[in-house]
Write a protein that binds this ligand. Structure first.
Ligand code: ADP
Ligand code: MG
Length: 353
């Protein structure tokens, strides 16, 4: 499919890769590489999230793109230029760190101008550039404040301006929101998303939070043990997880054993009904016993176990069903109650492993 090309309107350009990783590998010396031959094209102007559990190789991948970590084998390309062996400052990438990492004793303006000062740019010129960038992120009026005199959102914008002063083509962010309290985290992620679209830049953002990745990403790259398990839009991945790992990591999915292999069914795609005699037990129909009821506000999460006789391989087979609160209130269930589970054939997806 061809996507229209302008980057400035916020539509990622799929034909044009901002970053391309070719068989990229990092081995720190143990028998198992931290990053194991990954291939990835990140569309120009897109918001890409590298997602996966702690230790899966996200930061190592990002640091190899940034030039903060040497590459064992493979290549990193930026706009078709091979940058694998270039120093960090010559790559056209910039990094934004956790909690913004601003210098507390410097004004917003001097924080943004800092890297130009290191390059020997004279004061008037660097203040002009830094001031222009602060204007661009709507912080011009606060440019003389120190970080402690700015809100979290304002600090993030200063950090963004500081990263942008090197005129990067790609902004790299390693868990930028994970040290913030939950309320601020949600505000800041909406801001990040908005600035990425306004600036039309490519963002590569590392996170272990599937919720954060789904909220932000055009493209999500789910990693596990140094390899890419699946990549696609949040919608594609949430609706069609390819593997048991992705289904379980994303949450909201049941992984079920069937004679034909493992399948996934979303917890909100399973219907519950009180048990009736003669209910057929087969594909898409299961009898189960309620083992858990959790109130979650807009829905009630009902945990179930299969009665012993229908268990296939393991005795702990479990299913979760998300029942909308209004439906649960009309038809409440009790712990220990025997119920029927049904789902439509199109709600179940075969898992490859
Ligand atoms: P993530 O960011 O996904 O949590 P990392 O990329 O930091 O994962 O780490 C991937 C693997 O590489 C882990 O097993 C980690 O222990 C190992 N690792 C990371 N950095 C180093 C290092 N500097 N030296 C040795 N091993 C490292
Ligand atoms: Mg990390």
């Amino acid at each position: 499919m061809k996507i229209p090309s302008p980057v400035s309107n916020g539509i990622p350009n799929a034909d044009h890769a901002a970053v391309e990783l070719v068989a990229l590998t990092k081995n720190y010396g143990s028998d198992k590489p931290a990053v194991d031959g990954i291939n990835l094209r990140i569309a120009s102007g897109s918001y890409c999230c590298l997602l996966g559990p702690s230790g899966c190789g996200k930061s190592t991948t990002l640091r190899m793109i940034a030039g903060h970590e040497s590459v064992t084998s493979g290549d990193v390309l930026l706009e078709d230029r091979n940058i694998t062996d270039l120093p960090a400052a010559a790559r056209g990438t910039a990094m934004m760190f956790q909690s913004f990492a601003l210098f507390p004793h410097l004004s917003a303006l001097d924080n943004v101008a800092f890297s130009l000062k290191m390059k020997g740019v004279d004061k008037a010129a660097r203040h002009k550039q830094a001031g222009d960038l602060l204007e661009r992120v709507a912080m011009g009026h606060l440019s003389l404040r120190k970080p402690a005199e700015l809100s979290g959102g304002q600090q993030q914008r200063v950090a963004l301006a500081r990263a942008l002063i090197t005129q990067p083509k790609v902004l790299l962010l390693d868990e930028p929101l994970s040290a913030l309290d939950p309320f601020l985290r949600i505000q800041m992620r909406a801001e990040l998303r908005r600035w990425q679209k306004e600036l039309g830049l490519t963002f590569v953002h590392v996170t272990h939070s599937q919720e954060e990745a789904m909220a932000l990403a055009d493209t999500m790259v789910v990693m596990n043990h140094g390899v890419i398990e699946q990549m696609g839009s949040p919608h594609e991945i949430y609706n069609h997880p390819v593997s048991e790992f992705v289904a379980r990591f994303m949450g909201g999915h049941n992984v079920l054993d069937t004679p034909a292999g493992k399948i996934s069914v979303r917890t909100d795609h399973v219907q519950l009904a009180p048990d009736t005699p003669g209910f057929p037990d087969g594909a898409g129909n299961k009898r189960a016993v309620i083992s858990d009821i959790e109130y979650q506000g807009t829905y009630v999460l009902v945990g179930l176990q299969y009665p012993g006789k229908t268990l296939s391989a393991n005795a702990t087979a479990e299913v979760s069903v998300m029942v909308p609160e209004s439906q649960f209130d009309r038809q409440p269930y009790q712990l220990g109650q025997s119920v029927q589970l049904t789902w439509l054939p199109e709600a179940s997806h075969a898992l490859v492993h």
